[in-house]
Write a protein that binds this ligand. Sequence first.
Ligand SMILES: [Zn+2]
Ligand SMILES: [Zn+2]
Length: 145
Amino acid sequence: MECPRCHKMFQSHSIGEHTVDVCESCDGMLVQQKHLIRLLETIYAGIAAAGEGCIEEQPAKVPDQGGGLSCPLCGETMGNSGYQGTHVVFIDRCSSCWLLFIDGGEVGPMAMLHARTTHHVESNRAFQSEWVAGFVRRHWVGPSV
Ligand SMILES: [Zn+2]
Ligand SMILES: [Zn+2]
């Protein structure tokens, strides 16, 4: 499948026990809606393990890159709406395939929003993949030197 944002081919990566498709050009990722919560918990565990992210503060708004994307699976136009009804992160969603496209830079703030609503922190959750650690660094902590 190709990225609906920039039309490069997705690469598969494991986050926890799930496989997600990531575009290595724009860092956008394709996630099945049913896997979203576990994914955000894993990403948040990485943010917390890095000593980053303040659960007391609402994450800053991420500038949206625009909706109207075509679903890479069925070709329908994806909806574009604020995650959790906030105006912090806008995600693209195919209502036929239950598929979400999360632009690069959005998954970290989404993980923070999720952590703020659940208030449960499981910092020892499986977070052992080098790739996940690198991804969290790029998306939240900033590029490693
Ligand atoms: Zn892309
Ligand atoms: Zn679709």
